[in-house]
Write a protein that binds this ligand. Structure first.
Ligand code: ATP
Length: 256
């Protein structure tokens, strides 16, 4: 893998001085899709917020394109190429599809037409108010706004929220294709393990704020039992080598 687009090292962060993620190490390479998995409250959203600058780390580093961005504002991070598609989509029901592409940009004009190439359905809907779109179409728009910025790193939080799996199955391959075409790294937070691992290259499982498992997606898919137990944080995962390869679980016993 050439130099990582994102490398977070020893990252600890939380709210009101209480850490909710601890000592995380995560990398995302160019053109790579990495799934960040884990149950409710595991710390996935918090991890994305630290990377985009919305939450300050207590310790550790967030290295983006070779530079520690700890002191760079969220706006500057967005300008430098970090696009964050938040849980809940961040869209406005009263505006049209096309109007969304112009929102919040002080830098160069986003590439709306390139985004439509990945989501042709949206091009047909460009004059439609977003409140009239289906949930799947709204999620397409949320992703398309991210792509239109031509990011180097795309952070996607729970694409599947409120959507039928069949809709998500249609969206995720588009994300994968975009990563391959553009060289953009993607960090994908998902609760639907299976859907995420089908398009991811690698995955990390978070439990109670710590990484308990990380491996290539096909290896994680191949050991469902271990994956599920790590995911739910309900079992002490043995340290060492198993059929799944690398296991990182030194402190999984620390359930809250
Ligand atoms: P979910 O899928 O439910 O959002 P998650 O893995 O994304 O889960 P986070 O949203 O990162 O988890 O939350 C991790 C922990 O941090 C939870 O215990 C949550 O209650 C807490 N938390 C999240 N946001 C805040 C906040 N703004 N202030 C205080 N605590 C928060």
């Amino acid at each position: 893998m050439s130099e990582a687009v994102l490398s977070i090292e020893g990252l600890t962060a939380g709210y009101d001085r209480a850490a909710v993620i601890r000592d995380l190490d995560i990398t995302v390479g160019p053109g790579e899709v990495v799934a960040l998995l884990g149950s409710n409250g595991a710390g996935k959203t918090t991890t994305l917020r630290v990377i985009s600058g919305l939450v300050r780390p207590m310790s550790g580093r967030v290295v983006f394109d070779g530079e520690d961005v700890a002191r760079v504002s969220p706006t500057q991070r967005a300008r430098r190429g970090i696009a964050h598609v938040p849980e809940g989509r961040g869209i406005f029901y009263g505006l049209t599809v096309a109007e969304h592409f112009g929102l919040g940009y002080r830098g160069g004009r986003p590439d709306e037409e390139a985004a439509y190439e990945y989501f042709p359905k949206l091009a047909e809907l460009r004059t439609r108010r977003v409140g009239l779109l289906s949930g799947g179409e709204q999620q397409m728009l949320a992703i398309a706004r991210g792509l239109a910025r031509r990011p180097r790193l795309l952070l996607l939080d729970e694409l599947s929220l409120g959507l039928a799996p069949v809709i998500v199955e249609g969206l995720l391959p588009v994300v994968h294709k975009y990563a391959l075409d553009s060289g953009c790294g993607v960090l994908l937070v998902e609760q639907h393990i299976q859907l995420a691992l089908e398009i991811a290259d690698r995955g990390y499982v978070l439990s109670h704020g710590e990484i308990v498992l990380s491996d290539r997606a096909e290896v994680l898919q191949g050991d469902r039992e271990l994956l599920i137990s790590s995911y739910l944080g309900e079992q002490q995962v043995p340290i060492g080598e198993t059929s799944t390869g690398r296991i990182a679980s030194p402190t999984d016993s620390g359930r809250q």
